[in-house]
Design a protein around this ligand. Structure first.
Ligand code: AHR
Length: 682
């Protein structure tokens, strides 16, 4: 558009200056128009870099191609990215989360120094009705040290000497006199690593806060809260955060994990799942409104992955994280139906997919519309005001909303999806809706899903592939022959069933095809993202972690190399690959993109086989390029992987390469090479 405007201005000015006759103006305008239409169709030429070289066949591709998918699975949120160190910190665990759990799970009653008393779980006069359970501590005799409760966090609290930890607690002093309280951060053999003391006040629930500086490092510290006099105290919301959360945000995220995600430079972040979104039964559907506002007022619930969602990492925190890492938010809401596997349909008695009763759909749809207002509405709007009250008056610039996740294509699903879809489109035509086409790359739900998406002209649909490395290599041409125009594709979840180099390379080869088809593939995200090594319920994942550290997988480095080297123009025919007996759609693959911000040309070359190959890059049509390029190479043996003990076993190596060498580049066996070439003058 800009081009045509500029072109028209030039022509009109030339005309004014009488340098062009009328009979020349119209053909020139038509030429300009044709040029723009040609570009928009993606079939023609594109101008590259400062030199404006026209490249035949170059086409614009999605600017949002590579992003991340976050789901609270394998303790990815509670016990993971969400930096809260105290497990079950508001005593809301229950047998519905897991049969053996109750409100005192992960807590111990502590009577050091010969004190005695009792604890019980109560619900009368809670901090907030949404957070009904609390501990009633009845101290008969405080002994020498006090009586209280102890949390060992999630399998022990990991602390670092010299670091600060922010503590808070709600206490309602039930007995008459003020009580001296001591909070201790300590080791399992009694070593004290830091304390904080306060005195309770009479009256209603009151929040007490303090900071503890750890005097030593420990992997399995615990936190004890002690009352020092005979008393009765109601206790809730016991909280301990590292002071240094990601970007120092309150109620924030674990810095190393958040930084690892930020290091991917994702163009978008999909949240909060996955199956977590449509839930295990209607009552388990994720309701975003339950997850915002003051922590003690949020509604917690069972996690479909057999644990608990504290909702401390809620929609406000997700949006804020997106902003902090420069990723577009992609919240997904249930399509008005629960997961088809609800209740374990493989077992007798499972409930399967259920639709929200039609009479309740109006209010459910309103929730979806309110979500958009929460993200984008002015601070004066009802939901925008709640965002502002949480500390973010400016909108979050929401552009995408997903409706549904892998849902079985039934009439219940279709009816409800359409209701939500129509309402969002009518009120928010500016939002790009992402639909869903089942859990697999083919099959009944896939076919029916696409048919339905075609009928409704859903702008983008979400495909999922958990397949073998061979599948990814064989399917390199999957989107080459996709009907265009059609709904665009979001590959919302994919992984090749393993974390070895060969898995990562098969994904890399596939990702070159996503770039090649980036006119139709709008977005793609590996899944799942995070797994706590002590609570992994799904494999493979992109990043594994324990309480102390993390191990990005080889797959992570592939994602990162593609993501930080994204382009917005695809240039065909630049790299030719050769190797006896191999073809580009099997173990060899390559792509070439240009990033219009930097002007750089980026080549990605994958060899997923045991023999070296030759890549020949013909850069002659691209104009003058710099003499040297940057090159990152990830290579090794097919079974190489990173582990928590050897997290850097296989990482990319970084070097410079002479561009002249790219005419005959020896591609190492089992490797991904990413080569970044600057255009002269950029
Ligand atoms: O990524 C793990 C799960 O796989 C997701 O929750 C679900 O959408 C898919 O089946």
């Amino acid at each position: 558009m800009l081009i045509i405007v500029l072109y028209t201005i030039i022509i009109i000015n030339l005309k004014k200056l009488n340098l062009m006759s009328v009979k020349h103006v119209w053909p020139a305008l038509c030429l300009a128009l044709l040029f723009v239409v040609d570009l928009a169709s993606g079939q023609g030429t594109a101008s590259l870099g400062a030199q404006k070289t026209k490249i035949p066949g170059a086409k614009p591709i999605s600017k949002d191609l590579f992003g991340v998918f976050f789901e609270d699975l394998s303790y990815a949120a509670d016990g993971g990215l969400y930096a809260q160190l105290i497990q079950n910190n508001s005593f809301e665990y229950s047998a519905s989360d897991r049969k053996s759990w109750n409100p005192l799970t992960a807590w111990e009653y502590t009577t050091e120094g010969y004190g005695y008393g009792t604890i019980s779980v109560e619900t009368a006069k809670p901090v907030h009705p949404n957070n009904p359970h609390y501990v009633l501590l009845n101290i008969d005799d405080a002994g020498q040290q006090g009586v209280g409760i102890t949390s060992a966090g999630y399998d022990g609290i990991s602390i670092i000497a010299g670091q600060k930890y922010d503590f808070s607690i709600y206490v309602r002093q039930v007995s008459a006199k003020p009580v001296d309280m001591q909070v201790q951060l300590h080791g399992d053999k009694g070593a004290i690593y830091g304390t904080f003391s306060f005195q309770t006040q009479a009256g209603a629930w009151k929040k007490y806060t303090g900071t503890i500086t750890a005097t030593a490092s420990a992997d399995s510290a615990a936190l004890t809260v002690l009352g020092r006099q005979r008393s009765v105290l109601a206790i809730d919301e016991v909280s301990l955060f590292p002071h240094n959360t990601f970007k120092n945000q309150p109620n924030g995220l674990r810095a190393d994990l958040a930084q690892a995600i930020a290091g991917l430079e994702p163009k978008f972040l999909r949240f909060p799942g996955g199956c977590l979104v449509h839930g295990d039964g209607l009552n388990n559907i994720y309701r975003w409104k339950n997850t915002i506002g003051p922590i003690e007022q949020r509604i917690q619930q069972r996690n479909i992955w057999n644990y608990h969602q504290s909702t401390g990492l809620g929609f406000y925190e997700y949006f804020r994280f997106c902003e902090d890492i420069g990723a577009k938010p992609l919240p997904v809401v249930a399509a008005g139906v629960s997961c088809q596997n609800s209740g374990g349909t493989w077992r007798i008695g499972g409930t399967g997919q259920k639709g929200i009763p039609l009479i309740e759909m109006k209010s459910y749809i309103q929730d979806v519309l309110d979500l958009i207002e929460y993200a984008n509405g002015p601070a004066t709007s009802v939901w925008g005001a709640k965002r502002a009250a949480a500390g973010h008056p400016k909108p979050f610039n929401l552009q995408y909303v997903g409706i549904g996740n892998e849902d079985k294509q039934t009439n219940d699903f279709r009816d409800r999806f359409k209701m939500i879809y129509d309402a969002v489109r009518a009120k928010h035509p500016e939002i790009t809706i992402v639909g869903t086409v089942g859990p697999a790359p083919s099959g009944e739900d896939y076919d029916l899903g696409w048919k339905f998406a075609d009928q409704l002209s859903v702008p983008v649909v979400d495909e999922h592939f958990y397949e073998s490395p061979e599948w990814f290599l064989k399917n390199n041409n999957r989107y080459d022959s996709f009907r265009r125009p059609k709904s665009k594709v979001y590959i919302g979840e994919y992984a090749s069933r393993g974390n070895n180099l060969i898995n990562a390379l098969s994904e890399a080869a596939f990702m070159t095809s996503l770039e090649r088809n980036g006119d139709i593939v709008q977005m793609a995200s590996y899944a799942p993202l995070l797994a706590n090594l002590k609570h992994t319920s799904w494999n493979p994942n992109l990043i594994y972690f324990n309480n102390k550290t993390l191990a990005p997988t080889v797959n992570y480095y592939v994602q990162q190399l593609f993501s930080v080297n994204q382009g917005d123009t695809y240039i065909p025919g630049i790299v030719s690959l050769s190797q006896p007996g191999a073809s580009a759609d099997s173990i060899l693959a390559a792509s070439c993109v240009q990033n219009s911000k930097t002007g750089d040309i980026i080549l990605k070359i994958v060899n997923a086989g045991p023999q070296a190959a030759t890549a020949s890059a013909n850069l002659s049509g691209l104009g003058a390029v710099a003499a040297n390029a940057k090159i990152d190479v990830l290579q090794g043996q097919p079974s190489d992987k990173n582990t928590i003990d050897q997290p850097k076993n296989i990482v990319p190596s970084h070097a410079e390469i002479s561009v002249a060498q790219l005419g005959n580049y020896a591609v190492p066996p089992y490797s991904l090479s990413v080569i970044r070439i600057s255009l002269k003058g950029n």
